[in-house]
Design a protein around this ligand. Structure first.
Ligand code: NI
Ligand code: MN
Length: 226
């Protein structure tokens, strides 16, 4: 009953349990931080937080190659279903128990248009209950006080954006850790583009000194066991 979390750069994570292999926001081709190509990753389920190109990424070719089911909002579900890709539609505040565990869509203050400008529904984050652990993937979001509600779930691992400009920056990310009170905080969504360049080591140090969480900086390709 272990959970292995592998970082593939930007906001892409692979979460492997005994039950299933989950891939979140598979932006790999065109991602300067990615350690794998879309042809190499495996997935039983692909979770997509919103339709922006740096999150939708290579979801379509990966789903077609692997047969993975996409879990996302209703509009992204429709986009996948129209291409014959198995998809499970959800929306913010809703939870569903899958064979591998429970997924709940959380609020993300952001946008969600597809790369061609068409409507991609509301952006979201994910709360995951897997193998007795609680994982929170914030997605692209501003700091929001709703994070205190998610923190009440007893989060083991939180993945939080720190890049600023498009999402929370370092100062708000530290506040988010205070709201969420996770055991471990993994930093994401930074250094991929010039405008989101951050000193992750400094952010980790701020989290270490100002909160009770253990900050983790993952290199692309690195795996941690939860
Ligand atoms: Ni975005
Ligand atoms: Mn993004």
């Amino acid at each position: 009953m272990t959970i292995k979390i592998t970082y593939h750069g930007h906001a892409c994570f692979e979460i492997r349990t005994d039950e299933a292999n989950l891939l979140i926001d598979p932006f790999l081709s065109g991602n300067s931080m990615a350690d794998v190509s879309p042809d190499e990753v495996s997935a039983d389920y692909i979770l997509i937080s919103h339709a922006h190109g740096d999150h939708l990424g290579d979801a379509v070719p990966i789903a077609k190659r692997t047969g993975a089911t996409v879990i996302s909002n209703f509009e992204i579900h429709n986009y996948m279903a129209a291409q014959g890709i198995p998809a499970h539609p959800m929306h913010i505040g809703g939870a569903h128990t899958f064979p591998f565990g429970k997924v709940k869509l959380t609020i993300a203050h952001h946008g969600s248009s597809f790369p061609d400008g068409s409507y991609g529904g509301n952006p979201c984050g994910f709360l995951l209950w897997l193998e007795g652990k609680v994982i929170y993937f914030a997605g692209d979001t501003a700091l929001t006080y709703d994070m205190t509600l998610y923190g009440a779930e007893g989060i083991d691992v939180a993945m939080l954006p720190i890049g600023d400009n498009f999402t929370m920056g370092p100062e708000d990310a530290v506040k988010a850790v205070g709201f969420l009170q996770p055991k471990t905080a993994i930093l994401m969504h930074y250094n991929t583009f010039g405008v989101i360049t951050q000193d992750a080591t400094a952010v980790a140090e701020a989290i270490r000194t100002q909160t009770s969480a253990q900050p983790v900086i993952m290199m692309p390709g690195e795996t941690m066991v939860v």
